[in-house]
Design a protein around this ligand. Structure first.
Ligand SMILES: [Zn+2]
Length: 235
């Protein structure tokens, strides 16, 4: 299943309540004390239309809130023990400042020599961009209602059709893989844009808009996108 990456932001450090410490200790192998952990919150994704003219549904956000606890916080989407920096211990859908709803991930990392630099980078705002790796069950075209994972349609997100703007609705939380702190946010984003034109299993029946938008491409594009995605995930 294609993994999506969406940009997100680190929020100010969460205060550590007894309940939070209890949840953290559900993830840890030994009981940690409050002074041993550093916690922070990630505004991971929300239900607003993003710059790719897509948005998550509230149902998808609620689903991710159930899937994310226990998932790793990585650095630049790299799955390696040496770069796994933190872990999600709680997740909830909350009101988003300025309107809408957002998925907020509460994360912890142990305070130790190895993590000192990362904690400092988060605390000082140097490291504040992040990106979620998730998969959804359905990608619904707002114009015709077709699920892009199963059936191709000619509509292109961001374009207007009889006065209505086409948006792709990311619906149904299939999987939450990880959330990454990204030192260079443009790189995973570049992977996403390619990886996010879905298409049915057969790809488009015909090329509706040659040269216009990622949907104009063929199976070769999909292969390339998968490759790009693999690179993003496993470099
Ligand atoms: Zn459509």
């Amino acid at each position: 299943m294609a993994e999506l990456f969406k940009a997100a932001l680190v929020e100010k450090a969460a205060e550590l309540s007894e309940e939070a410490l209890r949840l953290i200790n559900q993830q840890a192998l030994r009981d940690l004390k409050a002074e041993e952990v550093f916690t922070f919150r990630l505004a991971a994704c929300n239900d607003q239309v993003d710059r790719d003219d897509e948005r998550f549904t509230e149902e998808a956000l609620q689903g991710f809130a159930e899937l994310f606890p226990g998932r790793p916080v990585l650095m630049d989407h790299r799955w390696s023990a040496t770069v796994q920096t933190a872990r999600v211990y709680a997740a909830a859908v909350e009101d988003k400042p300025g309107g809408g709803r957002q998925l907020v991930l509460s994360c912890y990392m142990p305070r130790m020599d190895k993590t000192e630099d990362t904690i400092a980078a988060i605390e000082t705002g140097i490291l504040r961009e992040c990106s979620v790796g998730v998969a959804v069950e359905r990608v619904i075209c707002s114009i015709c209602g077709k699920d892009q994972r199963r059936e191709w349609c000619e509509h292109i997100p961001g374009r207007e059709y009889d006065g209505a703007r086409c948006v792709f609705l990311l619906d149904g939380a299939a999987e939450a893989y990880e959330v990454s702190l990204v030192a260079v946010p443009t790189q995973p984003e570049a992977g996403v844009i390619k990886a996010k034109r879905y298409g049915g299993p057969e790809g488009p029946a015909e090329d509706p808009q040659p040269g216009k938008g990622p949907g104009a491409d063929s199976q070769a594009w999909q292969d390339e996108a998968l490759l790009e995605l693999e690179k993003t995930r496993f470099v």
